[in-house]
Design a protein around this ligand. Structure first.
Ligand SMILES: [Fe+2]
Ligand SMILES: [Fe+2]
Length: 317
């Protein structure tokens, strides 16, 4: 079978998206020397020690048959309501199971399936948040501080949900907001990877290219019939409350309410995440900068919510 045939037959999943206590209802494979090899038969349990051993050998992923995709998704969903797992374990499963989907959003030529599955995933995030008061703190605790567009997208989605809940968005709007956060940078699919991963400051020409990602995002989401809310998050998340953002130089209430939330989540994540050319800021330093020198750029209500959330997390810790 060709490599692309292999890629279609198998789907990558992350190690920690599987709870180590239950029988796994699908076959698991690993990749050895370019070939997928059977690792576990459906019905067997994945022992915690096995995962630890496996991790030491470095592969970050298992593979399942693409035909088992919905079986895997249902299994993850059932874990989220299991009595035997605590909130922290559930947060990890939810996050890790979503990472592969976000990778697909940025790397697969065809994003139809990933766009479709994202709806269910965000629904799962919202349900998890609403069912458990400590869910958001656990999800935020797992935020990764490595800057890959897909980690960033997931973290922006999670922060947007936390902020959205704090400023009073209702259930249906939270789902839209979570998707808006997840897709906000989807236009980066059309920006050359050398620019996205450049080690150092961008030239003027590269910067102009980079600044096109909101338009590209709008274009992609238009092609896939996304809602106006989700499109606004992609198109308007670099607008500034002061009117000096891009691409439209909208100001204050002209900016879509959800894009104003994503904008705060986006900056916070960018500041606290390591990039090739700078060290991450500590959360409280990032918040001080955003509510000090940069304050004029953001919706004051959303900014207040950000300060409160982290104050609460700090007190809880
Ligand atoms: Fe962006
Ligand atoms: Fe972003």
């Amino acid at each position: 079978m060709t490599e692309s045939g292999q890629a279609q037959k198998y789907m990558k999943i992350r190690l920690h998206s599987l709870p180590p206590v239950q029988a796994i209802p699908f076959d698991l494979f690993v990749q050895i020397g370019g070939r997928r090899v059977h690792y576990l038969r459906a019905g067997d349990k994945l022992k915690a020690e096995k995962i630890v051993n496996f991790e030491k050998k470095a592969p970050e992923a298992f593979y399942i048959l693409s035909a088992d995709r919905s079986r895997y998704q249902n299994f993850v969903r059932e874990s989220l309501v299991s009595d035997t797992l605590d909130t922290k374990q559930k947060a990890l499963i939810l996050r890790e199971s979503t990472m592969v989907l976000v990778e697909e959003l940025f790397e697969r030529p065809d994003i139809e399936v990933a766009l479709h599955d994202a709806r269910q995933v965000v629904e799962d995030f919202v349900a998890f948040m609403e069912s458990d008061a400590s869910a958001m703190a656990n999800l935020i605790g797992l935020s990764s501080h490595d800057f890959y567009t897909y980690n960033h997208s997931l973290d922006v989605s999670i922060y947007s949900l936390g902020l959205g809940q704090a400023v009073g968005f209702r259930h249906a709007d939270l789902k839209e907001l979570g998707l808006g956060g997840l897709f906000h940078d989807i236009g980066k699919r059309h920006v050359p990877i050398e620019i996205i991963c450049k080690n150092g400051a961008l030239t003027d020409a590269e910067w102009l290219q980079m600044q096109k990602h909101p338009q590209f995002g709008l274009m992609i989401l238009n092609e896939h019939n996304s809602s106006e809310n989700i499109k606004a998050c992609a198109f308007e998340h670099h607008e500034s409350f002061l009117g000096n953002g891009y691409p439209q130089k909208l100001s204050a209430q002209e900016i879509h309410a959800m894009a104003r939330v994503v904008s705060v989540a986006d900056t916070y994540d960018a500041l606290t995440t390591k990039r090739s050319y700078n060290e991450p800021m500590m959360p409280l330093d990032a918040i001080a900068l955003m509510s000090g020198k940069l304050a004029g750029r953001y919706d004051p209500e959303v900014l207040r919510a950000l300060v409160e959330i982290f104050q609460r997390l700090k007190n809880a810790a």
